[in-house]
Design a binder for this molecule. Structure first.
Ligand SMILES: [Zn+2]
Length: 172
């Protein structure tokens, strides 16, 4: 692939994954299973799962995790939802793929780009249909988001399922 991305999609951090593999953000024990078919979007490695991999579907609270590290107080904006992760320690995104394109970027799919300020409050969002050249669509949506000086963080979510795909922080 010739494209490169202007922003960095962040996988779930390694120490958080270790915690989620014990107890998820809803307080449930992890329940590993073997993928009968591939395709589940893995938020640890930012790629689709392959058939036969050991996975877990866990509840994850990305804003709560971010706020715990930054001291923000998102209050009622905190929410949690289902994400697929590897059930065992994994390598994270392949460095060879990093920066080549955005994860889970299929032309025609719908994504919500939800924007948060430094307090962890929602400050707008944008519905995007992924174009034929996905990186350009993601770059444009993120550039538009960060053009607002209030925006500290963007969550990219699948529209139909509402589930969290990855976060992008304001470049420093
Ligand atoms: Zn993984």
């Amino acid at each position: 692939m010739a494209t490169t991305t202007a922003y960095t999609p962040r996988p779930i951090p390694r120490d958080t994954l270790e915690e989620l593999r014990r107890t998820d953000d809803a307080g449930r024990p992890c329940a590993p299973y073997t993928a009968e078919e591939g395709g589940s979007p893995l938020r640890c490695c930012l790629r689709p799962a392959r058939q036969g991999e050991r996975l877990a579907l866990v509840s994850y609270a990305p804003l709560r995790r971010w706020a715990a590290a930054t001291g923000a107080a998102p209050g009622a904006y905190d929410e949690q939802g289902p994400v697929f992760i590897h059930a065992e320690p994994c390598e994270g995104p392949d460095p060879a793929d990093t920066g080549q394109d955005y994860p889970f970027a299929r032309a025609g799919a719908l994504r919500a780009f939800r924007r948060y300020d430094a307090r962890g409050h929602i400050v707008g969002g944008r519905l995007v249909e992924i174009p034929e050249r996905p990186a350009e669509g993601f770059d444009a949506a993120l550039t538009e988001a960060f053009a607002d000086p209030q925006v500290a963080l963007v969550h990219v979510r699948a529209v139909e399922y509402g589930c969290f795909h990855f976060e992008v922080r304001r470049p420093v």
